[in-house]
Design a binder for this molecule. Structure first.
Ligand code: HEC
Length: 109
């Protein structure tokens, strides 16, 4: 029994390492994509874009849920502060937009 428990704990531990690595990889991809495609507006606040790392600007946005943010970034969004062009005017895939939005939210909370 105790052997079962310890191997179960071990499996859980290995799993948690896996998911940490997976999300770190996505966030790293998101950073690269952000720097190349989104920084022009989201580093400077151009046109009313919420700046990376601006917790006050991001808190109510993050509160909508990550799916809403990804959807807005993917399809475009006219909000209270300005206009977010669909995919930031790029041809990124929805998965790439997802990585990038996760990175942005992670850096801004
Ligand atoms: C031309 C400038 C511009 C570019 C480039 C741009 N954005 Fe935006 N983005 C905006 C503006 C302006 C807003 C604020 C819209 C509002 O809430 O009024 C915004 C808002 C957002 C939001 C918040 C949406 C919400 O529901 O609050 C996300 C997420 C986002 N952008 C992601 C991205 C990603 C990812 C990229 C790069 C692929 C990108 N943006 C590129 C201007 C830009």
């Amino acid at each position: 029994m105790s052997r079962f428990i310890s191997s179960a704990i071990c499996a859980l531990f290995v799993c948690s390492i896996c998911s940490t690595v997976a999300s770190a990889t996505d966030l790293a991809a998101g950073k690269t994509l952000f720097d190349a495609n989104c920084a022009a507006c989201h580093k400077t606040g151009l046109g009313g874009a919420p700046k990376l790392g601006d917790k006050a600007a991001w808190a109510p946005r993050i509160a909508q849920g990550i799916e809403v943010l990804v959807n807005h970034a993917d399809n475009g969004y006219d909000g209270k502060t300005g206009s977010m062009p669909a995919k930031g005017g790029t041809t990124l895939t929805t998965a790439q937009i997802g990585d990038t939005v996760n990175y942005m939210a992670e850096q801004s909370k």
